[in-house]
Design a protein around this ligand. Structure first.
Ligand SMILES: [Zn+2]
Length: 202
């Protein structure tokens, strides 16, 4: 799947909102927003994107796909399904849940399931990479081999060096958006109204 094809899928599912005014989680402002929830509303689109992800990793011997809840639940299911279809080998779908300490925990027997597996980590939008870092910490005790990190969209310029020395990183889309400090935001200066629903500002 090319980056243009992936962007097209985001556009057709109304998940890429442009020419507007948003406050990002970082507090900075910008004109573009990726609304991943609009993708999760449309499993047919999500399946196509996950096929794109699975195709990239199909020759790497992966036998478990692990994602961080909540988005990682659906992502791990679809990517593992397509990997299994493409390779003919069983590929498990596993998700990790947030714990009160701010990290991730594997429960439900998923800790045993992931042990000694060749793992692909899946994430929807990479902004800082911190969720994936925490997920890798959660996987550390289980002696699995983390082959790589697959993302739908790397919008933070996240590099593979953030994760483990031996794992690769691939995103269907690797594009950053221009963002501004509030005091320097040209959209604020033009008094462009904020998007009524998306972003941090209500
Ligand atoms: Zn602004």
């Amino acid at each position: 799947m090319t980056e243009a094809e992936a962007i097209q899928l985001f556009e057709t599912s109304h998940a890429l909102v442009q020419n507007n005014h948003f406050v990002y989680t970082s507090g900075r402002h910008g004109s573009v927003y990726v609304n991943k929830d609009a993708v999760y509303l449309r499993p047919a689109v999500l399946s196509q994107l996950c096929l794109g992800m699975a195709s990239f990793w199909k020759d790497r011997g992966i036998d478990a796909v692990v994602g961080p809840a909540l988005g990682g639940i659906a992502l791990s299911q679809w990517v593992s399904h397509h990997l299994q279809v493409l390779t003919g080998h069983e590929v498990l779908a596993i998700y990790a849940e947030k714990n009160p300490a701010g990290g991730f925990t594997l429960t439900r027997g998923y800790d045993e399931a992931v042990a000694e597996k060749k793992v692909l980590i899946v994430e929807d939008i990479l902004t800082t990479g911190s969720s994936v870092q925490k997920l890798i910490q959660a996987l550390n005790p289980f002696d699995c081999q983390i082959v790589g990190v697959a993302a739908l969209w790397n919008r933070g310029g996240v590099s593979r060096e953030m994760f483990t020395p031996s794992s690769d990183l691939h995103a269907l889309i690797a594009r950053n958006f221009e963002s501004y400090e509030e005091a320097l935001c040209p959209l604020c200066e033009k008094k462009v109204p904020f998007h009524p629903r998306l972003g941090k500002r209500k």
